[in-house]
Design a protein around this ligand. Structure first.
Ligand code: PLP
Length: 393
């Protein structure tokens, strides 16, 4: 009889992983399951990155590194922020971690106390609320529906901030909706944030490069440079370079905060894997055209999928700006099929049509489901055919 900590009892395992697991079980039992639940590109890691990793092993880069990452990689991250975002950081304002999620965890651990409020625009990436709870903080949600392209307004933000609010998450382009904030929209949010100096802004830019909108990428540090000392940018190589398994993420922010995050990292994981750091160094400093190849493929699939899903009775989705997800509103279909929740609908779809999706509830948006199109077009077409059949059955 194990009496576990309140800390672990307060959280749930990642629901996206739960869907993959159920799909894997059905597959193992011999069923032909189409998994559109996963959050990772289907492409292989580019060859030049793998070569750099092998070279790192041969060169003996197989020992502990500095806790906060090798100097060369920090410099590459600094150069990336200059090149892509026109932002300047010093080495002591950069922390390399074992994946984007680890960067976020370090930040929450270093910044939040029990009872502090964390503002999370919904639909949100599944992990934010539970990560906040893990450090004893209280997630508070701002709901943004399909009619506002799943983006919060300055009025909503102003209304949600309380004296206890210590952190705001922004994630653009967004997992799960695929929509991105324009610079002007971020400027409007910044205007509200200027009046609440106790609020730190965590900008999760993980999908920065997977963007095809007619407007360029912007984060809040680019939109409101005067707020830079209250902003932590969080990113990594997982999605842009198809490197989810290598586990390299990074954070950029004010020196005292980065130092505190480094202290947490030093007493938990120490440095991220040395070999992965050299691979990430190659990714950030090498030929960036590998990103374009992937983005073009994602855009083609996106265009196909959004149109095809909108042609299925009871399903509604909007054109995304980037990422490899589309978020469909299924309220009408749930009603016509007599499903009380999106969770029930997704379970029935997996069971009857053998298509695995993640229910919108996992992202704080009931009545929806998330499609990942990190899979080839033929598979997407087969999935659409199965869902159409399921919908009209
Ligand atoms: N942030 C967002 C919005 C994500 O979707 C993900 C991965 O799914 C992460 C962060 C974490 O990325 P990593 O695999 O590098 O930990």
């Amino acid at each position: 009889n194990y009496t576990l900590s309140d800390r672990v009892n307060a959280i749930q395992p990642s629901p996206t992983l739960a869907v993959s697991q159920k799909a894997a079980e059905l597959k193992a039992a011999g069923h032909d399951v189409i998994g559109l639940g996963v959050g990772e590109p289907d492409f292989d890691t580019p060859e030049f990155i793998k070569t750099a990793a092998k070279a790192a092993i041969d060169a003996g880069h197989t020992k502990y590194t500095a806790v906060d990452g090798i100097v060369e990689l920090k410099q590459a991250v600094i150069a990336k922020f200059k090149r892509d975002n026109q932002l300047s950081y010093e080495k002591n304002e950069i922390l390399i971690s074992a994946g984007g999620k680890h960067s976020i965890f370090n930040l929450l651990s270093a910044w939040l106390n029990p009872g502090d409020e964390v503002l999370i625009p919904a639909p949100y990436w599944v992990s934010y609320p539970d990560m906040a709870k893990l450090v004893g903080a209280e997630p508070k949600f701002i709901q943004a529906g399909i009619e506002q392209r799943y983006k919060i307004t300055p009025e909503q933000l102003a209304e949600a901030i309380t004296p206890k609010t210590r952190l705001l998450f922004l994630n653009s382009p967004s997992n799960p909706t695929g929509t991105a904030y324009r610079k002007e929209e971020l400027m409007a949010l910044a205007e509200v944030l200027r009046e609440h100096p106790q609020v730190l802004i965590a900008s999760d830019d993980m999908y920065e490069h997977i963007l095809w909108a007619e407007f360029p990428f912007a984060n809040i540090a680019m939109a409101a440079p005067d707020l830079k000392d209250r902003i932590v940018l969080l990113s990594g190589v997982s999605k842009a370079y198809s490197m989810t398994g290598w586990r390299i993420g990074y954070a950029a922010g004010p020196q005292p905060l980065i130092a505190a995050m480094k202290k947490i990292q030093s007493q938990s994981t120490s440095n991220p894997a040395s070999i992965s750091q050299y691979a990430a160094l190659a990714a950030l400093t090498g030929d960036q055209s590998c990103i374009d190849t992937m983005v073009q493929a994602f855009k083609l699939r996106h265009d196909y999928l959004v149109e095809a899903l909108n042609n299925i009775p009871g399903m509604r989705c909007i054109e995304g700006d980037g990422t490899f997800y589309t978020f469909a509103n299924i309220e009408e279909m749930m009603q016509s099929k007599g499903h009380a929740s999106d969770i029930e609908w997704c379970a029935a779809l997996l069971n009857d049509a053998k298509v695995a999706l993640v229910p919108g509830s996992a992202f704080g948006a009931p009545g929806h489901c998330r499609f990942s199109f990190a899979t080839d077009l033929d598979t997407l077409k087969e999935a659409v055919a199965r869902i159409k059949d399921f919908a009209t059955r």
